[in-house]
Design a protein around this ligand. Structure first.
Ligand SMILES: Cc1ncc(COP(=O)(O)O)c(C=O)c1O
Length: 501
């Protein structure tokens, strides 16, 4: 274990001098940002090789004989990783601001989670993975209540767990179609014709219904989800898809306060398009059963829209009898400063379905009562989630509450965004459109090649970042990313940008 690591349970107050960043990019020591809480973190990045180092390269070659390794960045040492730091197999320790594609809620090897897993009472939950839909364990209702239901979105008391984000969305779409057909029938009993035609993929058993999605959206890579994913061609190429409507997502101009009029017009235009498409597809005989949207389009480039836009869209869905599905797979779990990003819209009835995965450790979706499938096996698979993940999630939620992590996120998010504004002013030809909510932030780089080169240089200096869209960098730290880490990051990022000038 590295010398600078404060082991689990360390209780001393630690004061580490922090190099912080001011608007003119001078380095200085900030007392305000001193690290002063009980930590299980390392003190900073520590790089031994460039990344991937020799051991990672060796392992990539070995795995390459078994799988496509084109996407592998490097191999990790998860035992040594702690808090905000991911350690690789070459003993490089990196400040992780990408966190396994935004899926680590409270950092690596959080002591509370290690303690939970060390409890022998939980062994059988880890060892015996049940087919939850038919043989749930005794404590399953309690665990769901303690974990997922304790963070249920407004107006929703039902939840269905699933394995991953795509599988959650895929089943949520099915739930919307089933709901819509039963609504059309006026009852839930299928006809003989329905039952026979569905077996040969024909209407009316397999009806020509559609789901409206947005250009730039990412909802997963399974067949149904892929029909609503429009972020990168490589995800969709060669895969048959549905003729479903695709609406434009607002393209906001920054800084927002300078472009209020233009952005309002842009959002109004997108909403008009949505209504037009709903009408057109109904006329085509492919009515829109549901609208699916991310509160912030993530993979597609961290595209934001205003709370007004979402409130109007929710009303359009209601007006046209479409279910409204908010995909919070990436935004859910606290990184926007609220547990759900849709809470920023300030609505009592924000959605009919909210899907989740990533930071919630288990996949699944919350839904309104009426979207409950009417018969068993309509929404079903072997595992339907994993009780060991609910166990971990319950403890993650305890930590979030105990440590006020949503407040921390708001605080570090402000510091991060202010730092990005400052850097943007410092490097106007290279950086633009700094944006974000909580620590869910992004910035645009002048072009794709420079973006990619910055990502690699930052990594060699010990900071892991992710790209999204054509030329954005996205920031997806864990909820334990404090102001201290923000300043650490900004200094390194500044060095990297300086090299690119
Ligand atoms: C908004 C959103 N929906 C769905 C998915 C798919 O989730 P998974 O990769 O777990 O299938 C993702 C993954 O990044 C996502 O960001």
């Amino acid at each position: 274990m590295a010398d600078s690591l404060l082991g689990p349970g360390a209780s001393a107050t630690v004061s580490v001098p922090i190099i912080s960043l001011d608007v003119t990019m001078r380095r200085y020591i900030s007392k305000a940002a001193a690290k002063s809480q009980v930590e299980f973190d390392y003190d900073g990045p520590s790089m031994k090789t460039s990344v991937p180092g020799p051991r990672s390269q060796e392992l990539t070659k070995q795995l390459g004989d078994i799988q496509n390794v084109g996407a592998v960045n490097f191999f990790c040492n998860y035992e040594e990783s702690r808090g905000n730091y991911l350690v690789d197999v070459d003993n490089n320790r990196m400040l992780d601001i990408y966190t396994q594609i935004s899926s680590i809620p409270i950092g690596y090897n959080h002591p509370a989670l290690l303690k939970l897993m060390a409890n022998p009472n939980h062994l059988s939950t880890l060892v015996n993975r049940p087919a939850l839909g038919i043989l749930p364990p005794e404590n399953f209702p309690d665990k769901l209540t303690e974990s997922l239901l304790s963070v249920a979105p407004s107006g929703m008391t039902r939840v269905q767990t699933m394995a991953c984000g795509s599988c959650s969305n895929e089943n949520a779409y099915k739930a919307m179609f089933i709901w819509y057909r039963n609504k059309e029938r006026g009852h839930s009993t299928p006809s003989g014709d329905d039952l026979s035609t569905c077996m040969i993929n024909q209407a009316p058993g397999c009806p020509d219904l559609s789901i409206l999605s947005f250009m730039g959206a990412f909802h997963g890579r399974t067949l149904g989800c892929l029909a609503t994913t429009h972020s990168k061609a490589i995800h969709k190429l060669d895969v048959p898809s549905f003729d479903w409507p695709i609406a434009p997502f607002p393209r906001l101009q920054y800084p927002l306060e300078e472009f209020t009029k233009e952005n309002t017009q842009e959002e109004a235009h997108c909403l008009e398009e949505v209504e037009d498409l709903i009408v057109k597809w109904r006329q085509k005989g492919k009515p829109v059963a549901g609208i699916v949207i991310e509160p912030i389009q993530a993979e597609g480039g961290d595209n934001h829209a205003s709370p007004d836009f979402f409130r109007s869209l929710r009303n359009i869905a209601r007006k046209h009898g479409c279910a409204f599905h908010v995909d919070e797979v990436q935004t859910g779990g606290g990184s926007t400063g609220k547990f759900w990003a849709h809470e920023h819209w300030g609505m009592d009835d924000p959605a009919d379905i909210v899907s989740f995965s990533k930071k919630l450790l288990t996949g699944g979706y919350f839904h309104k009562d009426e979207l409950q499938a009417d018969q068993p096996y309509r929404i079903f698979n072997t595992w339907m989630g994993d009780p060991s993940k609910n166990l971990l999630l319950a403890e993650v939620l305890n930590v979030i509450r105990r440590e006020n992590l949503l407040e921390e996120v708001t605080r570090s998010g402000k510091a991060l965004l202010n730092g990005l504004y400052a850097l943007q002013a410092q490097y106007p030809g290279m950086l633009s459109r700094a944006r974000g909510q909580g620590t869910f932030c992004a910035i645009d780089i002048c072009d794709d090649a420079t973006r990619n080169s910055i990502l690699l240089k930052a990594r060699d200096k010990g900071v892991l970042l992710g790209g999204c869209g054509d030329r954005s960098i996205r920031f997806r730290p864990a909820l334990v990313f404090k102001e201290y880490h923000v300043h650490l990051f900004l200094n390194i990022f500044n060095d990297v940008l300086n090299q690119h000038k």
